[in-house]
Structures are given as structure tokens and as C-alpha cells.
Design a protein around this ligand. Structure first.
Ligand SMILES: [Mg+2]
Length: 371
């Protein structure tokens, strides 16, 4: 089997707001083969940039567009293809958006392999430890305390055993962050895991102060209270407080996570399959986390292509406790797959069909495609 075409599509809702919601647009990639099997993947990042990296004409050796690098390759040589993409883009790549784009292609290659063999992707990843995964409802923090309380109660009432609130007004005032989370804890009681995501912190003093206050609320993890590059700050924070410190959604490759774990000493790493380098790299990152005693809980806030991928990955791993389940109701979040993946009583089942086990809703693609 040979790869004959790579198509990168940008989907975008008519109005995109500057809020912490990455489901307002997306880049979906189709990798097509000479045997008629088409794999799908996605990258949750700046979609027009991903399309440019895939479609770009060759500049010179080590500075090529991704599609040209993989044409003619056998999709089953997934490790070889990964290394080829990495080295042939190494002048302008190696981290960031090029790895994001490679993630979408890697995901599509696994989808092709699964479809060709008639087996779900998790079987290609070593098989499954379980059929369903406990999910935490992942939502944005409302602007007012009473709205925050209503939001967490809403998802607990729908059966979730854990809820994360993030971004929005968080990160500006330690006093307000603490007050909102205290109200949320009081509302849901002690049996629900609560997580909080600052989104992009910076001030070490604020981070230390907030982490200490959150200790008494039994928060499951505090996410991104510092800049993603403040590894020394993360190391100090993790060693000083009892609450788990989480980060990693903006990180790529094994190398990036090696630094986060070894130098940043974070408790929870959050690789996003659509950013870190796909399944091929995520497997290595999870093994590293396991060897170093860090918890791996993937970041997942996009279409059902990423949700399915994350599920296949999680069930193939022995000790990932949670799926991040984005409950934000945009059309791309909810309807990109023909049969949307549902959360039932706080758990989500891994798709059992061939490949990723989801079918693209071409009507939605047609409706929202802008490039
Ligand atoms: Mg986050």
C-alpha cells in the first residue's frame, strides 16, 4: 500500500471568539492510499498554519512540506515516516506547529492501518486494559461565582465523577480563584474530583499562594499555574506544595516531556495526541512518565477525531486515570463524527470499529470548510 495524497482541510465556525475554546475551528487531515483506504487525523492548534506546513512546496533538504515527504510511503512504516517527517523539516520544525502537523498525519496513518487490518487502533498500540474510561467534564470557568457553581453542579448531575474548570477569569486574582473553587467544592461535596486550569500563569508568587490555598480544598490537580517554559518554577512549586501540579498541553515531542518531567518535576503531564507527535510519540512519552513516576493524563479538547484517538491511547496504557471530556457545545466539538462519542454515567467507551472507529460527517465538513 502507498500514500498517494494528503489533504489538509480547515474547518471554522462563522464567528471565532478570543476565548479559551479551541473547538471553534480545526484542521482535519485525510491521508489517501492507492488501495482506496483513507485515514483521518487532526491537529488542535492554529489550523491555517497546519495546512501551510502540509501543503508547502519543498524549499531545500530538511525544509520540506510534509505531504511531499510522505507521498509514496507505505503507511505501515509509521516509525520510519515519523523520523522522515522529523528530519526533513528539521530546519524549521523539531517542536511546535510542525510536530502538531505531524501528529495529524500520524493519527491518520494509524487509522489507515486499523482499517486495512479491520481492527481498532488500540490493538495496534498493544491491546486494551479496559473497555471504558472514567471521564472528567472539562469546561470553561464562568465569569461569576454563582455561575461557576451552577456549571460544576450541571455536569455532576449528568453523571460525571470529576469536573475541571479552566481559563476565563482564572489567573488574575488568587483571592477570586480560591473563592470560586471553594464555592465549587462546597457545592459538589467531597466525592467529586475537582480540577482547575489557569491556562497560562506566570507569576510564581501567585502560583505558590494559590496552590497552598487549594491544598485544603482537595483539588485533584492545578493546571498551568506558570508559564509553560518556567521549568525551574514548576520544579520549585511541585516540591513545595502537596497538590498535584499539571502541565504539558503546549509541549511537543519526547524531548520536551523529558525536560518537563526531569527538570520541571511536574506531577501530571498532559500530552495532547494531536500536538505531541501523534500515537508514535505519545507512547514513548507515556512510557517515560511511567518510568519517572509522573501521572499521564492527556489533554483533549477538540473534535471526536481527537476524542477517539485519546480513548484508543488511554485504554492501551496501564495507568491513565482520566479522559478529558470537553463538554463545550460548539458544532465542531459535537458533530464532526457521524455518531458522536457520548459519556454515559461518567464513563466513555473506546470505539470498537476498524481504525479510529469513527466516520467523518461529510455534511459538517462541507458546511464549515473554509480552506
Ligand atoms: Mg489546559
Amino acid at each position: 500500500m502507498k500514500i498517494v495524497e494528503v489533504e489538509a482541510m480547515v474547518l471554522r465556525q462563522p464567528e471565532v471568539r478570543l476565548i479559551g475554546d479551541g473547538t471553534q475551528d480545526c484542521c482535519i487531515v485525510k491521508v489517501k492510499t492507492d488501495e482506496g483506504i483513507v485515514g483521518i487525523g487532526e491537529s488542535q492548534t492554529s489550523p491555517f498554519v497546519i495546512k501551510a506546513i502540509i501543503d508547502a512546496p519543498d524549499s531545500h533538504v530538511r525544509s520540506r512540506g510534509l505531504a511531499r515527504i510522505i507521498l509514496g510511503e507505505d503507511p505501515f512504516n509509521v516509525e520510519r515516516i515519523w523520523q522522515k517527517m522529523y528530519s526533513e523539516t528539521s530546519v524549521y520544525g523539531r517542536r511546535g506547529v510542525v510536530i502538531h502537523a505531524m501528529s495529524a498525519i500520524d493519527m491518520a496513518l494509524y487509522d489507515i492501518m486499523g482499517k486495512a487490518l479491520g481492527i481498532p487502533v488500540y490493538k495496534l498500540l498493544g491491546g486494551k486494559f479496559r473497555d471504558k474510561v472514567k471521564a472528567y467534564a472539562s469546561t470553561l470557568m464562568p465569569e461569576a461565582e454563582e455561575e461557576a457553581v451552577k456549571e460544576v453542579i450541571r455536569w455532576v448531575e449528568k453523571g460525571f465523577k470529576a469536573v475541571k474548570v479552566g481559563w476565563g477569569p482564572l489567573g488574575h486574582s488568587v483571592e477570586q480563584d480560591y473563592r470560586f473553587m471553594k464555592a465549587c467544592r462546597k457545592a459538589v461535596g467531597d466525592d467529586v474530583d475537582l480540577m482547575v486550569d489557569i491556562g497560562y500563569g506566570g507569576d510564581r508568587r501567585k502560583a505558590f499562594e494559590l496552590a497552598r490555598l487549594l491544598e485544603e480544598l482537595n483539588i485533584y490537580f492545578l493546571e498551568e499555574p506558570l508559564s509553560p517554559d518556567d521549568l525551574d518554577g514548576f520544579a520549585e512549586l511541585s516540591s513545595r506544595v502537596d497538590i498535584r501540579i499539571a502541565t504539558g498541553e503546549k509541549e511537543t515531542t519526547y524531548f520536551g516531556f523529558r525536560d518537563l518531567i526531569e527538570r520541571g518535576k511536574v506531577d501530571v503531564i498532559q500530552p495532547d495526541i494531536s500536538r505531541v507527535g501523534g500515537f508514535t510519540e505519545a507512547k514513548k512519552i507515556a512510557s517515560l512518565a511511567s518510568a519517572k513516576g509522573a501521572l499521564c493524563i492527556p489533554h483533549c479538547w477538540s473534535t471526536d477525531i481527537l476524542v477517539a484517538s485519546t480513548l484508543h491511547f488511554i485504554v492501551s496504557q496501564p495507568e491513565i486515570p482520566y479522559l478529558e471530556f470537553c463538554v463545550w457545545p460548539t458544532p465542531l466539538r459535537r458533530f464532526v463524527a457521524k455518531d458522536p462519542i457520548e459519556c454515559v454515567d461518567g464513563y466513555v467507551r473506546v470505539p470498537e470499529g476498524p481504525g479510529l472507529g469513527i466516520e467523518l460527517n461529510e455534511k459538517i465538513v462541507e458546511q464549515f470548510r473554509v480552506a
